[in-house]
Design a protein around this ligand. Structure first.
Ligand SMILES: *Cc1c(COP(=O)(O)O)cnc(C)c1O
Length: 369
């Protein structure tokens, strides 16, 4: 699988020689904010002493053991070793966050200079990028997706300037469920002199390869994943970012030292053991997604029901508000996504259990305008 993909990318790159003409090695040192580049990272007690068995009188902890009296491993080595096996990425190329939302803020805060730098996002997309940008006083250049829900690259390149630090690509995208071909992502990585952040929160619901495959040949790519969706651990808050060791070191210096609690670390390690169960649930959700897609399309309610590579389906109707309220009355909560001009009258429906989906379909069949 991996080899065919790599071949495909090489061919795609050869087709567009201009990308090679402009290709230069991106310097991470030049991209990081100057104050962060010179940051003396906080050295916590657990950083200094590496042994396991000792009398720990260094961190002002309570010595009486209740299971949680000690500070957690700030670099989550044991958990990273497990993730490294699953993701096939070395541990020095990953950083973990309290959800990927924490990592989005961390990345913006480390690389974008407030009131000076800007970043690119596509609309409709995941709203958190803009929220984090606003909090950090970073300008956002927002570009509409094309009618077939793909990034409008031409407009994007027109908007990129010397202060553009990060291009955010969400694939499969929320709320469209649309995947961006990996070749297109690599072309952006080659041409752009800043960072390319690929948010793959829904990657486990697709059969397509992850942008993790781009890490080896592109220093400026950051791949964001999460345990909140396919792995079913939204409540635990565990996000992952994969990149080259230089980027990871910078982010490690900026992150709060104990950002992942020991309860989260140990529980995640335990839940990650059930890889077969995870795969099975992914398959089940994918087949339910297909069933929902078919059934929703046969109803008269929706103008369009979009195929999806994620665990949700976007359906378009000029009665979106009425249907939304009707479903609430039936105690079924979906998400309104009315984001013109690209999506007008959208309802985003998460794929539930077989039973939940049946209830949803039954309610929609009984809907009368
Ligand atoms: C759900 C989602 C996330 C996950 O955020 P967590 O903080 O890890 O729960 C990230 N990106 C997108 C696009 C999402 O839809």
């Amino acid at each position: 699988m991996r080899e065919t993909i790599l071949k495909k990318i090489v061919i795609a790159s050869n087709d567009s020689c201009s990308y090679f003409d402009t290709f230069k090695e991106v310097s991470i040192e030049k991209l990081v904010r100057p104050n962060i580049q010179h940051l003396q990272a906080y050295s916590c007690a657990r950083d200094e002493y590496k042994g396991k068995e000792a009398i720990f009188l260094d961190a002002n902890e309570n010595p009486y053991d209740n299971g949680y009296n000690r500070y957690p491993d700030p670099l989550q080595q044991e958990l990273k070793a497990v993730l490294s096996q699953i993701k096939n990425v070395p541990t020095d190329q990953m950083i973990l966050g309290n959800g990927s939302d924490e990592l989005i803020d961390l990345i913006i805060r480390s690389f974008c200079e407030p009131a000076q730098d800007n970043m690119i996002v596509f609309s409709p997309g995941y709203a958190m990028y803009e929220v984090s940008a606003a909090i950090n006083n970073i300008a956002v250049k927002k570009i509409n997706l094309t009618a077939d829900f793909l990034p409008d690259w031409q407009t994007m390149w027109q908007k990129v300037d010397e202060h553009t630090k990060i291009i955010f690509l969400c694939t499969p995208n929320n709320p469209t469920g649309k995947l961006i071909p990996l070749e297109q992502i690599e072309q952006v990585c080659r041409k752009f002199q800043g960072l390319v952040l690929v948010d793959e929160a829904y990657i486990d619901f697709t059969d397509e390869p992850s942008a993790i495959h781009l890490l080896e040949r592109n220093k400026n790519v950051l791949v964001l994943q999460t345990l909140s969706k396919a792995w079913g651990m939204a409540g635990l808050r565990l996000g992952m970012c994969f990149s080259n060791p230089k980027v990871i070191n910078i982010l490690n210096a900026v992150k709060p030292p104990y950002n992942i609690s020991s309860l989260t670390q140990s529980t995640v390690i335990e839940l990650l053991q059930d890889y077969d169960g995870f795969k099975q649930k992914c398959l089940r959700l994918k087949s339910e997604r297909q069933r929902l897609l078919t059934e929703l399309s046969t109803l008269d309610l929706f103008e369009t029901v979009y195929d999806s590579d994620a665990n949700f389906i976007l359906a378009i109707t000029d009665k979106c508000r009425e249907i939304y309220t009707y479903l609430i009355d039936q105690q079924i909560v979906v998400r309104l996504r009315d984001i013109p001009p690209v999506i007008s009258g959208g309802i985003r429906i998460t794929v539930g259990t077989e039973e939940e989906n049946n209830d949803l379909l039954k309610a929609l069949k009984n809907y009368t305008a």
